[in-house]
Design a binder for this molecule. Structure first.
Ligand code: SF4
Length: 312
């Protein structure tokens, strides 16, 4: 007899409005201008998405210098340093900016603080494209990157009375709260974002995982290794009581040894992972177990973002 397995599906999970918009921008650019359309950096952190767009005629590059002047280029959802659109303009290229509006909001915030003479602390992960893009909105030295509570404790500002902080949009809500608390304790006058920088999609997916983590013997997060919000979901699940949690690119990388003694499995997906990959995991589980699924509903999501006029 096939062993029973209960699968608890987190909701919301998978694509957010920013990822959806970025993919649509590339698809519409391909329809409007024909192939090839160049995309600077992975449009979103997911190989399946990137491969699907490549098959339609998108060419992914790391730097603008790899693109010809006469083809359209799309900038990824993570945002780019100001030098990138400036260079595209100088070369008279047709460029489409797929930066998520919630990342752009952080850029605007940082620029406003800079205008008023504040030194800016960016809470984020070194080397992540969003961090590179946000730091690149302002002259070198204007933004200081802080990754941990220890960094916050060690930080020596130019002027403790003239500081502001902003954050990467895809951080752990709880870990970031600890870093912010350390900064506020040390620098009570530090200016904070008007509205949380960690985006609604990151917050909602982390909350949804917290709701089901304790009930699971194993929690699987579908997402890419370089996807910040997917990695955070694994950490959040473990902290919230999941006995075991793993990040998987898709069903093909499930290590079936993880299933030893598992009768309840939690399943979610990062903001850049398509739902078909989640369905693929359910299919793979169903081939081995008598699966019943239950969706644990969290915060409903209705956010959508407008497309740039060139491809609207
Ligand atoms: S995870 Fe958040 S910031 Fe990133 S693209 Fe999605 S909505 Fe935008």
């Amino acid at each position: 007899m096939t062993a029973p397995l209960k699968v608890l599906l987190a909701s919301p999970r998978g694509f957010c409005a920013g990822v959806d918009r970025a993919i649509q921008i590339v698809e519409r650019a391909l329809q409007k201008y024909g192939a090839p359309v160049y995309v600077r950096h992975e449009i979103v952190h997911n190989r399946h998405v990137v491969d699907g767009l490549k098959a339609k005629g998108a060419i992914f590059v790391e730097e603008l210098s790899e693109c010809p002047d006469d083809r359209p280029v799309v900038f990824s959802a993570h945002g780019v340093p100001k030098t990138v659109p400036a260079e595209a303009q100088r070369r008279r290229m047709l460029f489409l900016d797929a930066t998520c509006p919630l990342v752009s909001k952080v850029h605007v915030e940082a620029a406003r603080h800079h205008e008023t003479g504040r030194e800016i602390v960016l809470i984020g992960h070194a080397g992540h494209p969003e961090v590179v893009g946000t730091m690149g909105q302002l002259p070198e030295g204007a933004v200081v990157l802080i990754e941990t509570v220890d960094d916050a404790e060690a930080f020596v500002p130019r002027d403790p009375a003239n500081l502001a902080f902003v954050t990467q949009t895809t951080l752990s809500v709880d870990d970031t709260a600890d870093v912010v608390e350390a900064l506020r304790r040390r620098f009570p006058a530090i200016a904070a974002p008007h509205k949380e920088d960690i985006c609604y999609a990151t917050t909602n997916r982390q909350e949804a995982v917290k709701q089901l983590a304790e009930a699971c013997d194993l929690l699987l997060v579908v997402g890419a290794r370089n996807s910040s919000n997917s990695l955070r979901l694994v950490e959040v699940a473990k902290k919230a009581g999941a006995r075991s949690a793993h990040l998987i690119a898709d069903a093909s990388v499930i290590d079936w040894a993880w299933m030893e003694g598992v009768s309840v499995l939690g399943l979610t997906a990062g903001a850049s992972a398509p739902e078909l990959l989640v369905q693929g995991v359910i299919d793979a589980l169903s081939a081995r177990y008598a699966v019943t699924t239950e969706e644990i509903s969290g915060e409903p999501e209705t956010v959508t973002f407008k497309l740039p006029r060139a491809v609207a």
